[in-house]
Design a protein around this ligand. Sequence first.
Ligand SMILES: [Zn+2]
Length: 160
Amino acid sequence: MIRYNLRCDRGHAFESWFQSSSAYDSQIKRKLVSCPNCGSAKVEKAIMAPQIGKKGRARAAEPTAEAATSASTEVSSGSATPLMMAQEAELRAKIKELRDHVTKNADNVGEKFPDEARKMHYGDIEHRPIYGEASPDEARSLIDEGIEVSPLPVLPGDRN
Ligand SMILES: [Zn+2]
């Protein structure tokens, strides 16, 4: 069975099933196909939109409703996923750039970070760019003392 999208001479579009393309041809010739809207037998194949997401056209394929639904699902989810991946990749790249900048230009003082930051703030030691670890509580008390700290962003999902 082949489904054709048809159109009458008044522009009504409709669908009809045929045994084969030659069956379609002979039925059209014998004016056995008529428009369900106006009854006109001047019917021809409507211009078909190409199927999206399928390379090449299966020769004897029967386009079923089920196939059409799954095809459109593929298209919509297929278009969303690369976009999200692109955004995440961009975000990851920016975070990595920031981290690289900090780690290249600052000393890693590790767990001594709160001490070092405090000493610098109060002029006990020379001011220099540092980074390291601080618990949320430590970070909060540093901020309370007027010491500027900013958390290094962690890459989202370092899982891969
Ligand atoms: Zn019609």
